[in-house]
Design a protein around this ligand. Structure first.
Ligand SMILES: [Fe+2]
Ligand SMILES: [Fe+2]
Length: 190
């Protein structure tokens, strides 16, 4: 029942294109969860709902986050779009009645990752970044690693892509949380 409501909720909040991305994220997340021993239903639910706040204007995201008492990091003040995961988690809890903390955390952390995150969160992060409709350079490499059972290497590559892409995009910033998460996983060779 919640799946049907979540589906309708996401459809109402999003453009067709982004809704399709959300469905694809949910499906791909379901498959990854099955493969890597996480509850696929929870990955699916988080996938469908992860971007419900993505099309809110930056100013609304900022105000909404302030209203919810979210302590804003410097990056989030500079670039409120980074808040769309945290705001989505709040909306989904208050308006859809989703109480599963793991699902809410996965929605909240899909944008930049989170230190000490769970496997469910990592799966939703990866599903968002490399679901099959994503065609940027590097997405194929991550999908192939996932197919081969190389979860950690896939996650590292995906975080590397995110950091590189952010650094190369004018008018954008690199979120330090992603860098922290990347460094937690990266093996130093020195
Ligand atoms: Fe997103
Ligand atoms: Fe997304």
């Amino acid at each position: 029942m919640i799946y049907k409501r979540a589906f309708e909720f996401a459809r109402a909040m999003l453009s067709t294109e982004r809704f399709e991305h959300s469905v694809s994220t949910a499906r791909y997340g379901y498959r990854l969860a099955e493969q890597y021993g996480v509850d696929p239903e929870r990955a699916y639910l988080a996938g469908i709902l992860h971007d419900v706040a993505r099309e809110m204007p930056a100013r609304s995201l900022y105000l909404q986050a302030r209203k919810q008492g979210i302590i804003l990091r410097r990056e989030e003040t500079t670039c409120p779009l980074l808040l769309h995961g945290k705001v989505a988690a709040y909306i989904v809890e208050s308006e859809l009645g989703v109480r599963d903390k793991g699902v809410l955390n996965a929605i909240a952390s899909h944008v930049v990752g989170r230190r000490h995150w769970t496997k469910l969160e990592q799966i939703v992060y990866l599903a968002d970044k490399v679901e099959p409709t994503r065609v940027y350079p590097g997405a194929d490499v991550v999908r192939k690693l996932l197919e081969e059972g190389e979860f950690e290497r896939a996650l590292l590559e995906s975080l590397r892509n995110a950091i590189t892409y952010a650094a190369q995009s004018r008018g954008w910033i690199v979120d330090t949380e992603t860098v922290v998460v990347f460094n937690e996983i990266a093996k130093t060779e020195a």
